[in-house]
Write a protein that binds this ligand. Structure first.
Ligand SMILES: [Zn+2]
Length: 256
């Protein structure tokens, strides 16, 4: 199984809950943080009461369960910028916090061409229980951190995507997803292009198609801007690449 132990926060307040973790670097103390970071697919953890059923085990360690490398990028960027970060602690197979309540992939029933056994025939009560235990607490945490960080005009989500799509290699190395924040997205993309990265905009997913639900929701809630970064997974799992990427991203969010 992939581990994310190459780097971990060494200082500050790190709160760990069943549904999520919150990292607040002490240097930020809310007031000066230039951005709030989120990571909706940080973990493939199956919390107490859940397990990897034999029929679903082929999804373990894959993007169906979580975004490989995303947590490590998020924590590293948090430390670099002095920004608070909220990260999920449950597999997106349980419930996907980057989907709206009306999304048909909120509880994913098919992956890799096969049924997701743990999500077959979910009762309304089970759906509600998962929302109450994981989805709602995650979003409450993001909402609270954004509310408590009025100095941050931007909410920045970190995700990763697969190098192959239906067998074809994806050329882009990183992607910027945005809906309203065109200027911010262009600046982020330009910084990465200037550093020699192959950047795509609203591709392979589009922020204009509801694919960055979580940060859009909380940006709207508090009148902030939202942008989502996607990193190709062969790069996101490479500590060397992460060390190179984070200072590039941090340029957009200078400490004040
Ligand atoms: Zn993701």
């Amino acid at each position: 199984m992939l581990t994310e132990t190459d780097w971990a926060p060494k200082r500050g307040e790190h709160q760990v809950f069943d549904s999520h973790e919150v990292w607040r670097p002490p240097a930020a103390e809310g007031a000066s943080a230039p951005v709030v970071l989120t990571c909706e697919h940080a973990s493939q953890r199956m919390p107490e009461g859940f397990e990897w059923l034999a029929a679903d085990r082929h999804l373990r360690g894959t993007h169906w369960a979580f975004d490989l490398g995303a947590r490590a990028i998020t924590l590293r960027l948090a430390a670099h910028t002095g920004a608070p970060a909220v990260l999920s602690r449950f597999s997106r197979l349980i419930v996907d916090p980057n989907r709206g309540l009306d999304s048909d992939t909120l509880f994913r029933t098919r992956a890799e061409g096969h049924p997701v056994t743990m999500n077959g025939d979910l009762s309304d009560a089970e759906r509600e229980a998962r929302l109450e235990r994981f989805y709602h607490p995650y979003h409450r945490a993001v909402s609270e951190v954004v509310r408590d960080t009025p100095s941050a005009p931007v909410i920045f989500a970190i995700h990763t995507f697969t190098p192959l799509y239906e067998g074809d290699p994806r050329a882009m190395e990183v992607a910027v997803l945005f809906d309203q924040a065109d200027d911010l997205a262009q600046r982020l993309g330009q910084d990465m292009e200037d550093a020699g990265l192959k950047v795509a905009y609203n591709d392979p997913y589009s922020g204009k198609a509801g694919m960055m639900y979580a940060v859009e929701r909380h940006a709207l809630e508090y009148g902030r801007e939202a942008v989502e970064l996607e990193v190709r997974q062969d790069l996101s799992v490479d500590p060397e690449f992460r060390r190179k990427l984070v200072p590039i991203l941090a340029r957009l969010f200078p400490r004040t």
